[in-house]
Design a protein around this ligand. Structure first.
Ligand code: NAD
Length: 491
């Protein structure tokens, strides 16, 4: 196999590290398998700690020039990058779909437009950010400088590969940091393409360095590197906990966006048509592999049976298909190992007395091309005890449980009964109830009568074991900058 230049793809891709704008050959490689077909399509570099060290040095070297560039110039380069992403939407969407098994149409209309928006948004945010000033009367004045922290370590998962990685790169570099990125080793292709566009936009070499490889080696080397003072991580709670221990021990700044088991509360007074339509979308978008998916549906008892019946009918009607086909609503899971994990938790639900209302098994391949793909039927489980593992653990697949509740107190109690606290939904026409429940649910995000309506200015992140810190808007700008107060005596 031949190594690719930045931004290049080929029939059998070999994705190298890109450090200071140059491809770096490694000795070790990880096979890349297309989830929808089960076919090997290339390899990605598996960086060693020495190679991570090279990337950190490149980022340190680039920091001096990048952090001192006037903000409007830096902002202009990010805007240019956003335009190039728009221009290359199709190529990026194809890479994203090939790497993850998600429907191409979703990558084209949701993932890639958001990638461009991430850069536009933070290019604008830093232009409009205001500083703080505190006057001590006749005595002194204070003003607060916010300086970039230096080299940021940015680590992201496979489910929304470029969308989530650029949600970190954009604020990090807009505020003047340089970075070492490590996308997931199972979905590195779109990040590799992005590097070509970063170069074309005129962002200097070394500002963004892409290392690939396994989390417990390349990822851990970033976390433990003494010259990486800020870590922004999105991924599992298990890895997040390891990172908190190690980065915390080195007194680094870290932001962790972790797992979820998000409750979706449906009250009897809700617009049921709307609640069912959106709950199906919230359950199965991206094959249920979004941290924000509403996987625990709680329904007031008086409408429970109607809700289950109509929800199951809609879940059964979803079109499982080849990600390349226009009508496909459910593509492939990320791989067969993950499918086994999802199926194992469904089996556990069966063993715990749950009823599988629909799905609960691997789906037939939609065509010959996809014969080795990881397709799973949209699944609904009822009749589970709230304490069982299927109700408590993140499944991260097209699986929901539906449970009845009797009153508002019980709804909130059930909503809060897991170790997670990322997102939640509340369906009701009673405005006072919406306010009450929104306040009582343990979650970083509460959507009332909607799901996934995102304003990039709002804080994004979770409570409890769903994360530490927040991304989005000024929260991200603050995370990537260090405040310094300057006090000047007036006389
Ligand atoms: P993962 O934790 O296995 O891996 C995420 C990234 O971390 C990968 O790049 C991986 O290589 C790296 N990594 C793993 N161990 C590491 C370590 N010890 N040190 C440094 N890096 C390490 O997660 P995944 O399976 O890729 O993604 C799925 C998980 O991500 C789910 O739990 C999901 O809820 C979560 N997620 C959360 C959000 C959010 O915003 N809260 C968004 C998307 C996904």
């Amino acid at each position: 196999m031949q190594s690719l230049e930045p931004g290049e793809t080929g029939p059998m891709d070999r994705i190298p590290l890109l450090i200071a704008g140059k491809a770096v050959e490694t000795r070790e490689w990880i096979d890349l398998v297309e989830p929808a077909t089960g076919q090997l399509y290339g390899q990605v570099a598996d960086a060693t700690s020495e190679e991570v060290d090279q990337a950190v040095s490149a980022a340190k070297n680039a920091f001096v020039g990048w952090s001192s560039m006037p903000v409007d110039e830096r902002s202009g380069l990010l805007m240019r990058l956003a335009d190039l992403i728009d221009r290359d939407t199709e190529r990026l969407a194809q890479a994203e779909s090939k790497d993850t098994g998600k429907p191409l149409e979703v990558a084209r209309t949701v993932d890639v437009p958001r990638v461009a928006l991430n850069f536009r948004f933070f290019a604008g945010a830093v232009q409009h950010a205001e500083g703080a000033f505190h006057d001590m009367g006749g005595e002194a004045i204070n003003y607060t400088l916010r300086r970039p922290r230096g080299v940021a370590g940015l680590i992201s998962p496979w489910n929304l590969p470029l969308y989530l990685l650029t949600w970190k790169i954009a604020p990090a570099i807009a505020t003047g940091n340089t970075c070492v990125c490590k996308p997931s080793e199972v979905s590195p292709l779109s990040a590799h393409l992005l590097m070509g566009l970063i170069e074309e936009a005129g962002i200097p070499a070394g500002v963004v360095n892409m290392v690939h490889g396994r989390g417990d080696r390349a990822g851990a080397a970033i976390i433990e590197h003494p010259d990486v003072p800020a870590i922004s991580f999105t991924g599992s709670t298990r890895a997040g906990s390891w990172i908190a221990q190690h980065a915390g021990a080195m007194l680094k700044r870290y932001s962790l966006e972790l797992g979820g088991k998000n409750p979706n509360l449906v009250f009897a007074d809700a617009d049921l048509d709307e609640a069912i339509t959106t709950s199906v979308r919230a359950a199965y978008s991206n094959q249920g592999q979004i941290c924000l998916c509403g996987s625990r549906i709680l329904v007031e008892r008086s409408v429970y049976h109607e809700f289950v019946e109509r929800f199951v009918e809609r879940a059964r009607a979803l079109q499982i298909g080849d990600p390349l086909d226009g009508g496909t609503q459910i593509g492939s899971l990320i791989g067969l190992d993950h499918l086994e994990k999802v199926d194992g938790l469904v089996q556990l639900a069966r063993d715990s007395g749950g009823t599988i209302q629909c799905g609960g098994r691997r789906a037939e391949a939609p065509n010959d091309r996809c014969a080795g793909g990881a397709f799973y039927e949209p699944t609904v489980i009822t009749g589970l005890d709230w304490g069982c593992e299927t109700e408590q653990e993140e499944i991260f697949g097209p699986v929901v449980t539906i449970t009845p509740f009797d009153d508002e107190d019980q709804a909130v109690q059930l909503a809060n009964c897991t170790r997670y606290g990322l997102a939640s939904m509340v369906w009701t026409r009673d405005l006072a109830r919406a306010h009450r429940v929104a306040e009582r649910v343990d979650a970083g995000i509460v959507w009332v009568n909607c799901w996934m309506l995102r304003d990039l200015r709002t804080p994004f992140g979770g409570t409890k074991q769903s994360g530490v810190g927040r991304e989005g808007g000024l929260e991200a700008v603050r995370f990537f900058t260090e405040p310094k107060n300057v006090c000047i005596r007036k006389n």
